[in-house]
Design a protein around this ligand. Structure first.
Ligand SMILES: [Zn+2]
Length: 280
């Protein structure tokens, strides 16, 4: 009945079929590439527009290797707590300390303050449903991309695409990544020293392998950018340049993760096993 199993060629095919395959598990996180952060926007990041062709090129070359591409979008109330205009006597880029109670509510008068958060005060920016808050018109977007909005709670800011600045609430980003079994994120966008930095820190804390493509980001200020890069490296975030993407993607995807010689060894083993089985 099983005489066909005496055929070594057939046995070789059967034995060698389950060659291991590493499934794709990468996500590209495009952080806040919105009109508000471009040089003509309300909170301009110097050269912020220069990240767009680099991000578009990454997508053009590697989109098929990403399980998910996520666009985060800063999305504020018009009286958002992070706006200098909401604080008497304060100017954009001043700081203030905001107090929150144990459930994450802002202490606006008397309150049992449990958390004190230093807040940089920004120009009014990225107000929801305005042209300023829209994604840059020339960034490549696809129907399959996921949009994750952040900063929509009026009384607390949210630099990270995962959590607000007090970690009182989280966006759907982690759930979306888990649904696709993502374990590695590649982060690009604006701005390096705030939203990219906080997103990278949180991604690392949540257990992802994290890569930031430095030349696909720009910073609000040089000093904070140096601190952010230093801290990210300390935390194990990999800082790479777009010129390293070919090697990086080769390393991170299946053909790079499994040494070429492994497949050869696998087929030799399958050949030996099939020959031996054929003699039974
Ligand atoms: Zn904002």
């Amino acid at each position: 009945m099983f005489t066909f199993l005496r055929n070594p060629s057939l046995l070789f095919i059967i034995v060698s079929l389950p060659v291991p395959v590493v499934t794709d598990n990468l996500a590209l996180l495009v952080i806040d590439v919105q009109n508000c952060f471009l040089p003509t926007g309300t909170l301009p990041v110097t050269e912020g527009d220069l990240v767009i062709p680099i991000i578009n090129e990454i997508r053009q070359n590697y989109d098929n290797l990403f399980s998910l591409v996520v666009f985060s979008q800063d999305w504020h109330c018009d009286d958002h707590i992070s706006f200098a205009s909401q604080h008497n006597g304060k100017n954009p880029y001043d700081t203030t300390v905001l107090h929150y109670n144990s459930t994450g509510n802002l202490c606006e008068s008397t309150c049992d303050a449990q958390y004190n958060i230093t807040q940089v005060l920004w120009p009014d920016h990225c107000i929801k449903n305005t042209a300023d808050a829209k994604f840059a018109s020339n960034i490549t977007r696809k129907i399959s991309d996921v949009v994750v909005q952040k900063g929509y709670h009026c009384k607390i800011d949210s630099y990270s695409a995962f959590f607000d600045n007090g970690e009182f609430s989280q966006t759907e980003l982690n759930t979306k990544l888990k649904e696709k079994n993502v374990d590695t994120v590649i982060i690009v966008g604006l701005a390096l020293d705030y939203c990219v930095y906080y997103t990278a820190k949180d991604a690392k804390k949540l257990g992802y392998k994290v890569y930031v493509v430095q030349d696909a980001t720009r910073a609000v200020a040089n000093a904070t950018s140096i601190d952010a890069l230093h801290d990210m490296k300390e935390r194990g975030v990999h800082i790479v340049q777009s010129s390293q993407m070919p090697d990086l993607m080769e390393k991170l995807t299946s053909s790079g993760n499994i040494p070429q010689c492994f497949h050869l060894i696998w087929y030799i083993a399958a050949f030996v096993i099939s020959r031996r089985l054929a003699f039974f």
